[in-house]
Design a protein around this ligand. Structure first.
Ligand code: ZN
Length: 252
């Protein structure tokens, strides 16, 4: 059940394919316990958030029914092994989002994950360049809960470039636009509503840079968790219904 009192903590599962950190010494040096642990470390310090982690290598990728039932918001980091994620798990995550309102935060190269492309219905393709460029992330929705506690912009000294055109549907809310040293721009914080669920795509986080230790990036992810958490809304009924009031006209 996702209908929980607001005093309860938001239950987050941080999912990571966990491949680069085990195969590339440069990445292992930055994220010795994996990207998932770097993200979880900050979230665990939040009094309103409860965290677990899951990786591709576990049975059902660590996303069995019991875990999904106890997850309010799922965070997704993948890159090298999108095609290794089982369709069955993708289907379960998809249903959990659209039918039951689980929140989903898709990070960086997760734009090409099966679950994100399924939810978007487009190719989710983009331009990219790996040259350690400066990224300036501009807040374009200062009223948005995901922008809470940030300045007008923040900078990441070294990041991979992602550039437009980013083939996604028009976001329901656009929170960030990134500028890169090489001149490209990118819609780097995009919110979507799909069925009962909320989805937040957040761009930064290439594995060879220490992006997930950046205070602003961490703040955005925690804000994203709170925004994407399910609300105790009514469960819609679909299909044929009897009228609520007596109908005045003659039945044909
Ligand atoms: Zn990358």
């Amino acid at each position: 059940m996702l209908l929980r009192a607001s005093v309860q903590k938001v239950r987050v599962t941080v999912w990571n394919e966990y491949i680069h950190e085990r195969e590339n010494p440069e990445v292992a040096r930055i994220y010795p316990k994996g990207i998932h642990e770097a993200i979880a470390e900050y979230l665990r310090q939040q009094p309103d958030i409860e965290v677990r982690v899951a990786t591709l290598q576990e049975p059902e990728h660590g996303l069995g029914d019991q875990v999904l039932e106890r997850t309010d918001v799922l965070i997704w980091w993948g890159h090298a092994a999108h095609d290794k994620v089982s369709d069955k798990v993708v289907e379960k995550v998809y249903r959990r989002v659209v039918e039951e309102g689980m929140g989903l935060i898709v990070l960086h190269s997760g734009h090409y994950s099966k679950i994100f492309r399924r939810l978007m219905g487009t190719s989710c393709s983009l331009k990219w360049r790996e040259a350690g460029e400066r990224e300036r992330v501009w807040v374009v929705a200062p009223w948005h809960p995901i922008a809470r506690g940030l300045g007008e912009y923040f900078e990441l000294e070294h990041e991979e470039m992602y550039g437009e055109f980013f083939d996604i549907p028009q976001p329901d809310e656009l929170v960030f636009i990134s500028w890169f040293e090489g001149g490209e721009v990118f819609r780097s914080g995009c919110c979507f509503y799909r069925g009962r669920g909320r989805i937040f795509y957040f761009r930064p986080g290439h594995e060879t840079y220490p992006t997930y230790y950046n205070e602003n990036v961490r703040k955005v992810i925690a804000n994203g968790v709170r925004w994407a958490a399910p609300v105790c809304g009514p469960r819609p009924y679909y299909g044929n219904v009897e009228p609520l009031e007596k109908l005045g006209h003659k039945q044909l």
